[in-house]
Design a protein around this ligand. Structure first.
Ligand SMILES: Nc1ncnc2c1ncn2[C@@H]1O[C@H](COP(=O)(O)OP(=O)(O)O)[C@@H](O)[C@H]1O
Ligand SMILES: [Mg+2]
Length: 362
């Protein structure tokens, strides 16, 4: 969908290129993140894709057409752009901001109005915001407006320059999650810029790691970059806790769970003792059919029949979509040293430290 071919940008009067010989191929519907230190040419690269900046040399293709062959305004019609620092028009209402591109394209008033209302819902804004001005909105709300404005004319390509940069970590995580959900529906081709490697790892199908001067150091999936960083620059940029970050990318459903020391109420004390002996534990999980009731100590069992017991809840019950990182967290936070997985109340099994660690061993 987007091909950047050996593109260099040298700004007038600058000795070193801002972007040097950059090549990237981005597939349709792919979510690619450009990440790298401040000043490494991320914004310049985005602006060359929609021709706000002309490359000094090299070619850029968008949807099979050389970007330089189409008038810039036609090119931009197919490309939504979320600018760094949000960049809403301060003297236009939220509705007017979102309507910017459809208005330029001469859409009918009714069409614009219904599109604006549709978008406001999609990006999680209250329609009551529409007549307000940007300064009346919180940072997170403004960033939502920025995304809605970029999506307004339904462009196949979306360029996003640090779109969630100006908000606190909690709101940022929320915006990231919401946008990923939205992207599942929209399947745009997205080029997303950030300087935050964790944001890149969370969001990207593939990540392009840039060094100063717009030099591409590695272009690969988050999993592959974490498993085998191409060089010291990439390894440094990823930072510590590579193993934990890899666990953060994998779902619990990707590993084989063990059944663990479990007993059905109907199997009684003997069944419980057998299960504990098999796994060498002094606790056992109680099930009612396939429903997880909780766990009890072996001492508790001596007191009465299993169904008279009041089982303890697990500290946390994970779902199949939970990350292995949260599974590891459950393991280290509980004396039983296991992470318990439940789907719709149905017991799925458990994972211990060895299984989880085995997933990221070198
Ligand atoms: N219009 C410009 N004129 C001169 N130099 C520029 C211009 N825009 C950006 N630069 C320089 O190009 C380099 C890359 O900038 P930029 O693409 O904004 O980096 P990033 O977005 O990765 O932080 C920086 O050294 C910056 O100072
Ligand atoms: Mg920038």
């Amino acid at each position: 969908m987007i091909s950047v071919v050996d593109v260099t940008k040298v700004f007038p009067g600058m000795e070193h290129p801002a972007v040097g010989g950059l090549s990237l191929d981005i597939d349709q519907g792919e979510f690619v993140v450009l990440v790298g230190p401040s000043g490494c040419g991320k914004t310049t690269t985005l602006k060359m894709i929609n021709r706000i900046i002309e490359p000094t040399s090299g070619e850029i293709w968008v949807d099979g057409v050389a970007a330089t062959d189409v008038p810039a305004h036609d090119l931009r019609r197919g490309i939504g752009y979320v600018i760094q620092q949000i960049g809403l028009f301060p003297h236009r209402t939220i509705a007017e901001n979102i309507a910017t591109v459809p208005q330029l394209l001469g859409w009918a008033k009714d069409d614009i109005e219904s599109r604006v209302h549709d978008l406001v819902g999609r990006v999680g804004l209250d329609p009551a915001m529409l007549p307000r001005y940007p300064s009346e909105l919180s940072g997170g709300q403004q960033q939502r407006v920025g995304v809605a404005r970029a999506l307004a004319a339904d462009p196949p390509v979306l360029l996003m320059d640090e779109p969630f940069g100006a908000v606190d970590p909690v709101v940022r995580a929320q915006l990231q999650e919401e946008f990923l959900r939205l992207q599942e529906e929209l399947a745009k081709t997205v080029v997303f810029v950030t300087h935050d490697i964790d944001e890149a790892l969370r969001m990207g199908d593939r990540i392009a790691i840039l060094n100063v001067g717009g030099v591409l150091e590695q272009f690969d999936t988050p999993e592959e970059i974490l498993a085998s960083p191409a060089n010291d620059f990439v390894a440094d940029f990823i930072g510590g806790e590579r193993g934990l970050k890899r666990l953060g990318l994998r779902a619990v459903s990707s590993i084989d769970l063990v059944r663990g020391p479990v007993v059905d109420l109907s199997d009684g004390k003997i069944g419980a003792e057998k299960a504990m002996a098999e796994y060498g534990t002094d606790w056992v999980v109680l099930l009612d059919g396939d429903k997880l009731l909780g766990w009890v100590w072996d001492n508790d069992i001596d007191q009465g029949s299993l169904s008279d017991l009041e089982p303890h809840d697990f500290w946390v019950e994970l779902g199949p979509e939970s990350s292995l990182r949260s599974a590891l967290n459950a393991v280290v936070m509980t004396r039983s040293r296991v992470a318990v997985v439940v789907e719709n109340g149905v017991y799925q099994g458990m994972a211990g430290l060895d299984t989880i660690a085995g997933e990221v061993e070198q």
